[in-house]
Design a protein around this ligand. Structure first.
Ligand code: GLV
Ligand code: MN
Ligand code: MN
Length: 410
């Protein structure tokens, strides 16, 4: 049943639960990019968009785009449908379902020519790269980039994955300059700020830049029983000490919201009776000021040079991702805040996003905005991720109202 502004809260929850059933894992989902459940979710969306009167298709990189023939101003809205491995049900689908609901309501409203167009961007979660779907849409991904991309878990090539998903030969769709007044994305907060302040809506001001490094340690592989401690060149031990050195020195150099993470460690050959001759870690720094990240990167390189100079283990630091931060458009922030004032009693907060989102890619070519709803306990990128049903429904109302305000402001 439709409630305020036409939003049907039960329909929004039913849509999200339908997506949760596809690739269900415990209370979350497992939908790596181009997996069978991911593709089934994309086809589910195509069907819903068609029922809502949009022309919808999956393009050659796995983006779903739903477009309208309406003649008035158009707002682009969406998020993503793949998940991290064995992760949560709302990270991505929430923004897609809100966009779908907004399109259903606004596009069928006989009092306006304005419309919402819907996107589900492929691979936001970075199984094959970084924001490949939205970057393809803005024209920042070449065919050679696709040739080079490989699944971070299985090492399967992206070409092969696209082919087995049945998408080979399909054209990739690109943004039509001037078609949209901007891009709006909703997402769960994935942190505990809103919940902690008893707030309902996050108005995103900026999205962090994410820089990533491969740090390789080369020592000497040898016998764990016969090589005495004094002469070892243990790459694994050097890696562990490197992590401690980072944690000792970064706090004196970082900004108030900088975060850094060693998300993956590999020891080679990785056996109990062998001193590792090689070790590798994937390391990430996030901040909304690239100057801060550069300062930390310099420290990283200095620590590596100091360890190498000691002569036992050689350390090489390679930057493999340079994701720039993005500011969210002020008019979009105002529209979300005004919608929150009208429908959520003003319980909103302007806040930066520490997570990356496709909105930061779209912001390069059009005004972009983002809205958050509270996450229970701030948990995300884990299957237990959740939000209260009433917060999800309230968020949908605020989102649709923000869409209306933005479209009416043109
Ligand atoms: C996106 O999911 C991120 O890791 O920030
Ligand atoms: Mn997400
Ligand atoms: Mn995510």
């Amino acid at each position: 049943m439709a409630d305020f502004g036409g939003v049907d809260g039960a329909r929004v929850l039913a849509d999200l639960n339908a997506l949760r059933k596809i690739g269900a894992y415990r209370s979350g989902v497992h939908k790596p990019t181009f997996s069978e459940p991911h593709m089934r979710s994309l086809w589910w969306l195509v069907e819903q968009l068609q029922s809502a009167g949009l022309t919808a298709e999956i393009d050659g990189i796995g983006n779903v785009l739903g477009v309208t023939a309406k003649s008035g101003p158009k707002l682009l809205a969406g998020s993503h449908l793949e998940s991290q491995n064995f992760a949560g049900w709302l990270d991505g689908p929430l923004g897609v379902v809100y966009a779908l609901e907004a399109a259903r309501i606004i596009n069928s409203d006989p009092t306006t020519h304005a419309a919402v167009e819907v996107a589900a961007w492929c691979d936001e979660e970075g199984h094959f790269g970084h924001f490949l779907g939205s970057r393809s849409y803005i024209g920042a991904v070449s065919e050679a980039d696709i040739d080079a991309a490989r699944d971070r878990n299985s090492n399967r090539s992206m070409r092969e994955a696209i082919e087995s998903a049945g998408l080979a030969g399909r054209p990739r769709r690109h943004a039509e300059r001037g078609r949209h007044i901007g891009y709006l994305e909703a997402h769960i907060e994935q942190g505990a700020t809103l919940e902690g302040g008893d707030l309902k809506i996050g108005v995103v001001t900026s999205i962090v830049g994410i820089w990533q490094y491969r740090i390789a340690f080369t020592g000497e592989q040898n016998h764990a029983g016969t090589t005495n401690m004094a002469i070892r060149r243990d790459a694994g031990l050097a890696l562990a000490r490197f992590c401690v050195a980072i944690d000792d020195s970064f706090p004196g150099l970082c900004g108030p919201r900088t975060v850094w993470t060693t998300g993956s460690i590999t020891l080679d050959p990785g056996a109990p009776s062998i001193i590792p001759g090689r070790a590798e870690m994937l390391f990430q720094i996030r901040d909304d000021d690239p100057a801060v990240i550069l300062r930390l990167e310099e420290r990283l390189r200095n620590i590596a040079a100091e360890v190498t100079a000691q002569g036992r283990v050689e350390v090489a630091v390679e930057r493999i991702r340079t994701g720039m931060p993005a500011m969210m458009d002020v008019k979009f922030q105002e529209a979300i805040e005004a919608a929150g004032k009208a429908l959520a009693g003003g319980r909103s907060l302007r806040m930066p996003s520490g997570a990356g989102h496709d909105a930061q890619i779209l912001a390069a070519i059009m005004p972009a905005g983002m809205m958050f709803v509270p996450s229970i306990g701030g948990i995300s990128h884990h299957w237990s991720e959740n939000s209260a049903d009433e917060d999800i429904v309230l968020g949908a109302r605020v989102f649709v109202e923000a869409c209306r305000r933005l479209l009416a402001s043109i």
